[in-house]
Design a protein around this ligand. Structure first.
Ligand code: NAP
Length: 460
């Protein structure tokens, strides 16, 4: 894919960027390695101060950066503002909490015949981050903030359609005071990721993106015996039981399915509704989905903007056409509007069966699949039959149902009576083909650290 800002509203290229030449890439990697050698020795207090400064700068830039996000990938300006605010919060979180996560953890010296034993957390060096466009700032930030706090150095290969966001991040960290080359953006195509990951100077990688990209990076990392964190696709179940507050549940269901114009790895994509409330749920849900305003994402009144890329829209269309062609029913939406740009309307489908592609895969657009089920067990059986296991959602006031859900749902995250989302305070990640490893919280920070065991013998 060419590295360029292309407007999803008009389909026109706004600005193109040159890829790094081989010499420029080599120079950037050499700089990253040199930075890692000295950055690891900086104090935790200094790093926390630079993160806090980055938060302040980003807060000041919020309007311009939000516009940049909307221009590059088409989410509503309102959603872009929320994303920027989340990044500011994430930076401040690691500035305050990060130093606590980095403290040595004492062990029981007596039990191992030592005078003293403890675990000390040390940075591992240069980490490659391969990131997607759907939350172009937040996805990169949730890698960068803990990694920089930990004393690691970051090289970012961002998605090819968000180069302005990618370059902004490099600028932000430099202007915040981080030493030169501690965070660099590499404007390279996906096929050059292998070269970077195989480079000895790069110690580990994290990838957020599709299953094929994850498989490729995971395979190379395995071959090189390098640590990798994979945050891949999701097709989260959203289960609604009779005791649920239907008004709230349907409000959140609509938000879940249309956030980022339907391009979110987490959030309900498959809705399982108990038969006793199925009619009432569908009535509210279809009315609310059908009432959303689709339009220019810069307009304040717009609820849903265009999809980010032409190929992304084609994929969504193919999934829906395949399902409808095989017998599914579109209660709302289901076909592209006649207008320029990569718009696709909020769509609600019923009657999805295993013969249809979307049953087993992920639809990255504002398309909801709704099933009527007779029990929570039935919902979980269908939900768990999917290869992905990222987030999950239950709406219920019943304690037994909640317990069963938490015990049996096959996902990395289980949210009850609220929207699935990411917070820096709690871990984020999936199981099964949604990937492995965790981001955010202390767990995310320690993924790229050497937990070094120290044992000191008795004095002689
Ligand atoms: P994608 O094609 O996999 O792209 C993501 C990143 O990987 C981009 O930087 C891309 O570069 C790069 N890439 C693509 N193929 C690669 C390969 N073979 N080797 C190395 N790098 C490669 O993903 P997408 O379709 O744009 O994004 C949507 C997917 O990301 C969905 O499946 C979504 O669920 C997932 N996602 C997951 C999370 C999570 O936290 N679990 C969060 C957000 C999104 P180019 O742009 O240059 O191709």
């Amino acid at each position: 894919m060419a590295i360029a800002t292309t407007s999803p509203v008009t389909g026109e290229v706004v600005e193109s960027f040159d890829e790094l030449t081989p010499e420029q890439l080599e120079d950037k990697l050499a700089r990253a390695a040199a930075a890692a050698a000295t950055y690891r020795l900086t104090s935790v207090e200094d790093r926390a101060g630079w993160l806090a400064q980055a938060a302040d700068l980003l807060e000041k830039d919020a309007d311009a950066v939000s516009r940049m996000i909307t221009t590059e990938m088409g989410k509503t300006l309102r959603a872009a503002h929320e994303e920027v605010a989340k990044c500011v919060h994430g930076l401040r979180f690691y500035a305050v909490e990060g130093p606590k996560f980095l403290r040595d953890a004492p062990g029981d010296a007596g039990r191992v015949g030592a005078k003293q034993t403890f675990v000390t957390y040390q940075p591992i060096g240069v980490v490659l981050a391969v990131m997607p466009w759907n939350l172009p700032l937040w996805q990169a930030m949730r890698f960068a903030a803990p990694a920089l706090m930990a004393g690691n150095v970051g090289v970012l290969k961002h998605a090819s359609n968000v180069p302005q966001c990618a370059l902004y991040l490099e600028r932000l960290f430099r202007e915040a005071g981080f030493p030169e080359d501690v965070f660099q953006t590499l404007l390279i195509s996906a096929r050059r990721v292998e070269q970077v990951l195989r480079d000895d100077r790069v110690r580990a990688a994290t990838l957020t993106g599709s299953e094929p990209a994850g498989r490729s990076v995971g395979t190379i990392a395995g071959d090189e015996i390098k640590k990798v964190v994979l945050e891949l696709g999701g097709s989260d179940p959203f289960i609604v039981m009779p005791s649920a507050d239907l008004e709230r549940a349907t409000d959140v269901a609509v938000k879940a399915r249309t956030l980022n114009n339907g391009q979110s790895c987490i959030n309900g994509k498959r809705f399982f509704v108990h038969q006793d409330i199925a009619e009432a749920f569908l009535e509210r849900f279809t009315a609310k989905m059908g009432a959303l305003v689709v339009g220019d994402p810069m307009d304040e009144g717009t609820d849903v903007g265009p999809l980010a890329t032409e190929s992304g829209r084609r994929d969504v269309e193919d999934y829906v056409d395949d399902a409808v062609g095989k017998g599914a029913t579109a209660l709302v939406g289901g076909s592209r509007p006649e207008r320029p740009g990569w718009f696709y309307p909020p769509t609600v489908l019923t009657g999805v069966t295993p013969e249809m592609k979307m049953y087993h895969e992920e639809v990255f657009g504002p398309v909801a699949q709704v099933w009527t089920v007779s029990s929570l067990e039935e919902a979980l059986e269908i939900a768990n039959g999917h290869p992905y296991g990222l987030g999950s959602n239950l709406w219920s006031e019943d304690g037994d149902e909640r317990e069963l859900f938490v015990r049996d749902v096959q996902s990395g995250m289980a949210f009850i009576n609220g929207n699935t989302t990411s917070y820096p305070e709690i871990p984020f990640g999936g199981v099964k083909r949604s990937g492995y490893g965790r981001e955010l919280s202390d767990l995310g920070m320690r993924e790229f650290m050497n937990a070094k065991t120290v044992w000191v013998g008795q004095d002689s």
